[in-house]
Design a binder for this molecule. Structure first.
Ligand SMILES: NC(=O)c1ccc[n+]([C@@H]2O[C@H](COP(=O)([O-])OP(=O)(O)OC[C@H]3O[C@@H](n4cnc5c(N)ncnc54)[C@H](OP(=O)(O)O)[C@@H]3O)[C@@H](O)[C@H]2O)c1
Length: 320
């Protein structure tokens, strides 16, 4: 399988390391990498994990025309208000009959239905396991293991940076120090206000609702309030009472519409939602046939996000 990567930051590089490690069992080959500032690299024999970049291709379309790849892997920065230019990158790949894997939740949050239709028309696969829980199986689990189940709603603690910030504030550190901790772990969004203001969670909420509940929504429709107003004094006061704060995503299917919400909620420390710290995350799916079923991912890092991309790739090869 020949791969064209659009975006080569934390996730892209971790993915390349994983491919190298798994090469003997899974002979996937990165034949092109296109970035915003570092330039573009193409080699049909396979690129090393630290390639020499040449001048940047004028556009993702030109890049995709220049590589002979079967799968495009979209790993560019999240733009939560529009999902662009990642949506355009994915459409360009479908137009060239390439399968697409993305860890970028923007396209799934903004344009899932139309992208899925375009993938179906081109008879290629569209996969995005790493978009919401850093590679833990959510979409693949529902598709493969919950036949006939209807997802009625979900509750999730899905943003890592906000948990790291709350835990840092509990230790008396400023919000910016917590953001810096998340940055050092390589898990903060390029613009960390997207994490703090709840945009990352809203995008994940919309993505989950679009795929699992056919919501046809966008992050702009999510009733969103982040942790930006939280103070050290408030976090420590709650801590003294055995409470904490989590940025909680909730989806509920009402009689006429699906309600989506992201809120900084005060939670008792004994609540299952408070049990995830740092880069751990939790998703409870409320269903008709399987009651409530949960997925928990403990201390996931960028390697697990890369693994989610890898698992999508393996799944695509199995489906061919
Ligand atoms: N980091 C995580 O743990 C994690 C977890 C789950 C999901 N994700 C998602 O995965 C995606 C990648 O995350 P990351 O941490 O790898 O981001 P990152 O380190 O900021 O890297 C982003 C990459 O995208 C490239 N890029 C940005 N805009 C581009 C454009 N218009 N055309 C071509 N390339 C472009 C950048 O190019 P330059 O290198 O030239 O700047 C960079 O290589 C994001 O959407 C993020 O939300 C990340």
């Amino acid at each position: 399988m020949r791969l064209a990567l659009i975006g080569y930051g934390n996730v892209g590089r971790a993915f390349a390391r994983l491919l190298k490690q798994q090469r003997s069992a899974y002979p996937f080959r990165i034949v092109g990498i296109h970035t915003a500032r570092h330039g573009t690299a193409v080699d049909q024999d396979g690129l090393p994990s630290e390639p020499e970049f040449g001048p940047q291709a004028p556009s993702a379309e030109v890049f995709l025309d220049a590589v002979d790849a079967e799968v495009a892997v979209e790993l560019t920065t999240l733009e939560p208000a529009t999902g662009q230019p990642a949506i355009q990158h994915i459409r360009a790949a479908f137009a060239r009959r390439m399968h697409v894997i993305t860890a970028n939740k923007g396209p799934v949050a903004h344009a899932y239905k139309i992208l899925k239709q375009e993938a179906d028309r081109a008879a290629v696969q569209f996969r995005f396991e790493s978009t919401c829980m850093d590679g833990a199986p959510v979409f693949n689990m529902v598709r493969n293991n919950l036949p006939a189940v209807r997802v009625l709603g979900f509750t999730g603690v899905l943003n890592s940076t906000s948990k790291i910030v709350v835990d840092a504030m509990l230790r008396g550190l400023a919000m910016d120090d917590g953001i810096e901790e998340a940055r050092k772990l390589g898990i903060a969004e390029a613009d960390a206000s997207y994490d703090i203001d709840g945009w990352d969670s809203a995008a994940k909420t919309a993505a989950l609702a679009n795929v699992l509940m056919d919501a046809g929504t966008t992050p702009l429709d999510v009733d969103r309030r982040g942790i930006g107003k939280l103070t050290v004094a408030r976090v420590q006061e709650l801590g003294a009472k055995g409470e904490t704060v989590r940025l909680v995503s909730r989806a509920t299917r009402g009689p006429s519409r699906i309600k989506l919400r992201v809120r900084a909620e005060v939670i008792d420390e004994t609540d299952v939602l408070a049990s995830v710290h740092g880069t751990s995350s939790l998703l409870l799916l409320h269903t008709d046939l399987m009651a409530t079923i949960g997925i928990i991912s403990i201390a996931a890092g960028v390697e697990q996000t890369a693994y989610g991309v890898f698992s999508d790739l393996v799944d695509i090869t199995r489906s061919l």
